[in-house]
Design a protein around this ligand. Structure first.
Ligand code: IMP
Ligand code: MG
Length: 190
């Protein structure tokens, strides 16, 4: 357990990915991303788009390992409220100007692919814009819960069907500041 998070650690049943493992994961994913865009050079610009708020820690770590020109943007979509299950209703709360998207190679950064509803909507959104390409990079993937098919281009780690928090992921807006990915004690939301 991380020593500086004594209060929050009490709510964590098990650490799935610790800080050291997250560092290695970020380096591996960033090197896959770098290899891809080296092989498929972008014509206008690489636009790295973080989905707020869950992607913040992963996004900031990963871009520091991408040794290439890029721009960053954020979008905000909402589907969960304070529950641990996706409602299926996705609302765009923050988008990106069409001029910024025009002819950009978009790399979406997301925290987790769960049912897939959020990401399939986000990918459809980008496909309606005049972008050059759309690729998806997710920190985590929970295959047991997929309800909609979504292709992940760059994946950090597959996780079991448990509610996880930390390193950007929240439960009711809390725990995003934890430096590791942990399983939240089910008694806190059941
Ligand atoms: P989906 O639309 O069901 O794929 O849900 C995607 C969103 O739900 C993610 O961006 C997360 O914000 C949230 N989410 C899904 N599973 C978890 C989890 O285990 N912990 C925290 N947030 C989650
Ligand atoms: Mg969330």
């Amino acid at each position: 357990m991380s020593t500086i998070f004594t209060e929050l650690n009490k709510d964590i049943e098990e650490i799935l990915i610790d800080e050291t493992e997250l560092c290695a994961l970020v380096e591996r994913v960033a090197s896959d991303v770098t290899a891809y865009y080296t092989e498929h050079p972008v014509k206008k610009k690489l636009l790295v788009v973080g989905i707020l708020k869950g992607s913040i820690q992963f996004m900031s770590d990963i871009i520091r390992h991408l040794d290439m020109p890029l721009e960053i943007e954020f979008i905000k979509v909402s589907s969960y409220g304070n529950s641990t299950k996706s409602s299926g209703n996705i609302v765009f709360k923050l988008g990106i100007d069409d001029e910024v998207l025009k002819d950009a190679d978009v790399l979406i950064i997301e925290d987790i692919l769960d049912s897939g509803r959020t990401l399939s909507n986000v990918i459809e959104y980008f496909k309606t814009k005049s972008v050059a390409s759309v690729k998806l990079c997710t920190l985590l993937d929970k295959p047991e819960r997929h309800a909609v098919k979504v292709h992940i281009d760059f994946c950090g780690q597959v996780v079991p069907d448990k509610f996880v928090v930390g390193y950007g992921l929240d439960f009711a807006e809390k725990y995003r500041n934890l430096p590791y990915i942990g399983v939240l004690r089910p008694e806190l939301y059941e």
